[in-house]
Design a protein around this ligand. Structure first.
Ligand SMILES: *[C@@H]1O[C@H](CO)[C@@H](O)[C@H](O)[C@H]1NC(C)=O
Ligand SMILES: *[C@@H]1O[C@H](CO)[C@@H](O)[C@H](O)[C@H]1NC(C)=O
Ligand SMILES: *[C@@H]1O[C@H](CO)[C@@H](O)[C@H](O)[C@H]1NC(C)=O
Length: 535
């Protein structure tokens, strides 16, 4: 990201016996058969009734979410730093090989957006969102042969995050100096400026970045649990240590390291602590994490009366949906006090959903005439796609738990209403909007040609360095390389979009935008159900 973004706005014997036995067995089998058949018919009737009520109506816009998902996942290959493996982007090569210092190898990970910075806070959020998408919709991703790419991209980040955490109370949170980095316009493969590393530690803590990293590693430990148990254990160990570090040494990284304020300023760390503890509870089933988010800190870190917008800075809405999952799928043996708190999270999650439904009495007015959730001029699509991802999750939690109704101030809604909202946001992004443009680069017949992205804007064989590279920023020609899978910032409140390369608010892509769209599209691949448990 190039500049400060405003926070959020926010189984027997003798012949006779045998024959009689056979008769009895035949009779028993007949009776059983009739019973089973009756039960099956009843089940089919019940299911078809259920599905009649919940079937996704065929949407007028014929968009292929599987194609869009396949496009979106390529953006992570574009953003990869380090020695590339099975690179599928012809204009990308190795870069950042020296990132780190001494024995510290920070060569992997991903560049944040159009620049070559590695910002740990949003990078970890990208990983957490990718993990969540895989945990809920991995089966559907697999059905369209995209699961491997998603896991691979996640691991490219978690390998980096493990290296960035060399001891219990030390976490490297940044590679590159944004001042130096932004004085250059160059391909990552040829960058020449110094790339210092920045850390948080016990004296200069960074609770939100350490907690978000814990959330990323805890959720990823669930993703890799079956196919790589050793890696999964290592992820979980780092996650637990980082959570302890974050919680013990409380302090915002925006205070410890004032330079981050201009780029990814944090408005508070209570949400990340709840988010990390929620993921650790899912990863370990350890009740201490559940107590942490309920009786111990539920009150102080989450205001059940206030709904917020899910983003790299604010995870509360994500926490509310993730904790609602426990109520939907398995709160039988829950102590009463935890149950009360979890119900509060669910109530807030419901309020968030009621705000999103366009015809609910409490519908948010933060929408464009074209129907897009719109919160801020900076990267508006982040909020729309993040909201739609939470809506599809909540819709699927309702459907899978056979929860038929969501009440919003007296009005009742069905899981399909939430799904239709999610579809409306996805379709807007993919081209059903007043500009008739796809905001997902590489998808559809019309998409932004001037994405604010250094690597995409400079020809591979151009012999330019730091300073003279700016001619490619200001060039009138469209990007020579297509930033496939980039989700740009998005339109203005009046649904207009200006496709110019230096239009950073609207035209810059980011890894978290693409991760959120991966979650949304995966949920829309088919009328879905989600797994009852991540483990
Ligand atoms: C702790 O982190 C601060 C802020 O990044 C840094 O200035 C300081 O040198 C670090 N402390 C040690 C002992 O490395
Ligand atoms: C960063 O966030 C803090 C805490 O919310 C706020 O007080 C400060 O004004 C923000 N700084 C910038 C530059 O946005
Ligand atoms: C839409 O809003 C943008 C940003 O506020 C403005 O620059 C543009 O002129 C507006 N377009 C129309 C057609 O009103």
């Amino acid at each position: 990201m190039e500049l400060a973004t405003p926070r959020h706005i926010g189984g027997k014997e003798g012949e006779a016996m045998k024959s009689r036995g056979t008769t009895i067995w035949c009779l028993l089998a007949l009776v059983l058969g009739v019973l089973v058949a009756t039960a099956a018919v009843l089940t089919i009737l019940k299911d078809s009734d259920f599905f009649k009520k919940h079937r996704t109506p065929s949407h007028p816009i014929n968009k292929n979410y599987a194609d869009a998902l396949q496009v979106t996942l390529q953006f992570f290959d574009i953003q990869k730093s380090g020695k590339l493996v099975d690179n599928r982007i012809p204009w990308r090569g190795d870069s950042g090989l020296e990132d780190g210092e001494g024995n510290l190898d920070l060569s992997k990970g991903m560049y944040d957006a159009g620049d070559a910075m590695k910002f740990g806070f949003p990078m970890a959020f990208t990983a957490t969102v990718l993990s969540w998408a895989i945990l809920e919709y991995g089966g559907q991703m697999n059905a369209v042969r995209q699961l491997g790419y998603a896991q691979n991209s996640l691991r490219w980040i978690t390998d980096y995050l493990i290296n960035a955490h060399p001891s219990e109370t030390l976490l490297y949170i940044q590679v590159g100096d944004p001042e130096l980095d932004h004085k250059c316009w160059e391909r990552p493969e040829t960058m020449s400026e110094r790339r210092p590393v920045t850390q948080v530690n016990a004296s200069f803590p960074g609770t939100e970045v350490a907690a978000e990293t814990a959330a990323a590693l805890a959720s990823a430990s669930l993703v890799f649990k079956n196919n790589d148990p050793a890696y999964s254990s290592s992820l979980l160990m780092h996650a637990q240590q980082l959570f302890t570090f974050a919680d013990t040494y409380r302090g915002s990284y925006s205070i410890s390291i004032p330079q981050v304020r201009e780029f990814y300023n944090s408005t508070g760390y209570g949400d990340e602590l709840l988010w990390a503890a929620s993921w650790l509870y899912h990863a370990t089933q350890d009740d201490s994490y559940l107590r942490y988010v309920t009786e111990l800190n539920g009150q102080s870190f989450a205001d059940p009366e206030t709904t917020t917008w899910f983003s790299w800075d604010d995870k509360l809405a994500g926490v509310q949906v993730l904790l609602s999952r426990i109520i939907f799928f398995g709160s039988k043996d829950m102590p009463a006090i935890e149950n009360i708190h979890l119900q509060m999270y669910r109530k807030t999650a419901e309020a968030v959903m009621c705000g999103l439904l366009p015809d609910s009495p409490t519908a948010t007015s933060s929408r464009t005439d074209g129907g897009l959730i719109w919160i801020t001029e900076w990267n508006p699509l982040q909020y729309a796609v993040a909201s739609a991802f939470l809506a599809i999750l909540y819709s699927d939690y309702m459907l899978t738990s056979q929860t038929e109704t969501l009440y919003c101030s007296g009005n009742s809604y069905k899981p399909d209403d939430l799904r239709n909202f999610a579809i409306s946001q996805a379709d807007y992004v993919l081209g059903a909007n007043p500009m008739k443009i796809s905001y997902l680069v590489g998808y559809g017949s019309r998409y932004p040609q001037y994405v604010h992205h250094r690597g995409a804007s400079i020809p591979v064989n151009a012999e330019t360095g730091c300073q003279d590279g700016f001619k490619w920023l200001y060039s009138e020609n469209p990007n020579p390389n297509i930033a496939v899978g980039a989700v740009v910032g998005g339109p203005s409140l009046n649904d207009s979009y200006s496709d110019t390369r230096n239009n950073v608010k609207q035209g810059e892509a980011s890894t978290y935008n693409s991760a959120l769209l991966v979650g949304l599209l995966s949920g829309l691949l088919k009328t879905s159900s989600v797994v009852l448990s991540y483990t």
